[in-house]
Design a protein around this ligand. Structure first.
Ligand SMILES: Cc1cc2nc3c(=O)[nH]c(=O)nc-3n(C[C@H](O)[C@H](O)[C@H](O)COP(=O)(O)OP(=O)(O)OC[C@H]3O[C@@H](n4cnc5c(N)ncnc54)[C@H](O)[C@@H]3O)c2cc1C
Length: 424
């Protein structure tokens, strides 16, 4: 069956069609999440929207399941059989500087979009890691680097081009109310592939960004919660043009790490703001006064360097991510965070929401988190050998859910965007 299917696909598409024994099969399936690997009968590396339509029509004709493979940042499960449709070559970006929009291929990453918008002095509503796929990101709402001033990324989408299992394509915009709302906050259903989208760009202007790093104490002992409590008080009274996040993690005592991090429990506050350097300096002063800062990278920000604000690892890894949308930050939860220890290593991240993120959308969407004031996420690295062999067992062993328990009393829901990794 898979030989006949591959032959039919190869006749219909221009991009590579690979079966498991073919050279290039694994390369087509490579992605950011190393803890899950698709095992399709056939992978198609679409060259363009015509390839996507042709592959979907064949999948539809034979009732074969089809899975879309973007960058892999948000993978939750691996396909077992069927067709995997790789979108990474659909990465064209066309800027209309007069309309202030970008037309992106369904496989474009934010890095590719930022490179194209920068010469025009315009910004896309991208987030902390530029390697994330723009389409996959807006399906979850899209919490941007400047989210509190610019709102949910999905509300800047003007229209999607969506291909379906009958091999046709349609434009989905505000007139297609239900589908447009579902794609912006919930995502596609089986057999829908976004081959392109048009996104409204944001004005440039002076930007500031960077991180303030604090040493909470030895990783093996309870840490000092002072800076975490200071973050809570600070975020209570911030203007809309400042967006921030607090990350807490413990580093093992390994000599490959920089000396100040080795064996220490570290907090890092990422800050991005629209406005001048003196204004940003004034706003962060209470944080600098709260505890000694061991590294301070706050400085004028070129958007092409936006990844330095959150300074997240850019290399692929195996990880499980869980999250909670919160109505408030409880002081007791932050005390617990300062001394958090449990069965798995966790990287905790608290993003400050509200401001433009709380305003009703001009066109209905299905975003979760408009009523939330914070989003707390917990990410645990997992051994890729274990998760590839048995994702469900790896999830049971390495799930970071335990680390969210201190925050549960203020829970309003969860965000689909920050849930990832092996589940089985
Ligand atoms: C390091 C890191 C940083 C992050 N930072 C942020 C952030 O700042 N803000 C934020 O909101 N989110 C952030 N996220 C979450 C991210 O937005 C989600 O993981 C998102 O799902 C990634 O989309 P992707 O296309 O890159 O990943 P993928 O795993 O390839 O895709 C995610 C899902 O969307 C589907 N899909 C992708 N493209 C298409 C398409 N064109 N048509 C149909 N289906 C498609 C895939 O099949 C899959 O089910 C981050 C994630 C990571 C790992």
């Amino acid at each position: 069956m898979s030989a006949r299917l591959a032959a039919e696909l190869a006749r219909a598409v221009a991009g590579p069609v690979r079966r498991p024994a073919d050279p290039g099969f694994s390369a087509e399936l490579a992605g950011f999440q190393l803890g899950l690997r698709h095992r399709p009968d056939v992978v198609v590396g679409a060259l363009d929207a015509a390839d996507v339509r042709a592959a979907l029509r064949i999948a539809g004709d034979h009732a074969i399941p089809v899975t879309v493979h973007g960058t892999g940042h948000g993978m939750r499960s691996a396909a077992d059989g069927g067709i995997v449709l790789g979108l990474r070559r659909l990465n064209e970006v066309e800027i209309d500087p007069v309309a202030g929009t970008a037309r992106l291929g369904g496989g474009a990453t934010w890095a590719e979009v930022i490179a194209a918008t920068a010469p025009h002095g315009l910004l896309p509503p991208s987030g902390s890691a530029a390697g994330v796929g723009a389409a996959g990101y807006v399906f979850g709402g899209g919490l941007g680097l400047l989210a509190r001033s610019d709102g949910w990324a999905c509300d800047h989408v003007r229209s999607f081009t969506v291909a379906t299992l009958d091999g046709t394509e349609r434009e989905v915009g505000p007139d297609d109310t239900e589908r447009f709302a579902r794609l912006r906050g919930t995502g596609p259903v089986h057999g829908e592939v976004v081959t392109a989208m048009t996104v409204g760009l944001l004005p440039g202007g002076p930007l500031q960004g960077g991180g303030l790093t604090f040493d909470l104490g030895p990783a093996t002992a309870g840490g000092d919660p002072a800076v975490l409590q200071a973050y809570r008080e600070w975020t209570d009274a911030l203007p809309d043009d400042l967006t921030s996040a607090l990350r807490v993690m413990s580093f093992p005592d390994l000599d490959v790490l920089p000396l100040p991090l080795r064996g220490r429990r570290i907090a890092r506050i990422a800050v991005a703001s629209r406005g001048t350097a003196p204004a940003a300096e004034r706003l962060v002063a209470p944080l600098r006064d709260a505890a000694p800062v061991i590294e301070d990278t706050l400085a004028p920000l070129r958007f092409t360097e936006s990844a330095r604000v959150h300074a997240e690892p850019a290399d692929p890894g195996a990880y499980i991510g869980e999250n909670l949308l919160l109505g408030r930050l409880d002081p007791a939860a932050l005390d617990a965070l300062a001394e958090l220890s449990g069965p798995t290593m966790v990287i905790m991240n608290i993003r400050h929401l509200g401001a433009a993120l709380a305003r009703p959308p001009a066109v209905p969407d299905t975003v979760r988190g408009r009523d939330a004031h914070y989003l707390v996420s917990a990410v645990s690295p997992v051994d890729p050998r274990v998760s590839l062999a048995d994702p469900a067992a790896a999830h049971a062993q390495a799930s970071p859910v335990w680390a969210l328990e201190p925050f549960a009393a203020a829970r309003l829901g969860t965000s689909p965007a920050f849930t990832a990794g092996p589940r089985g």
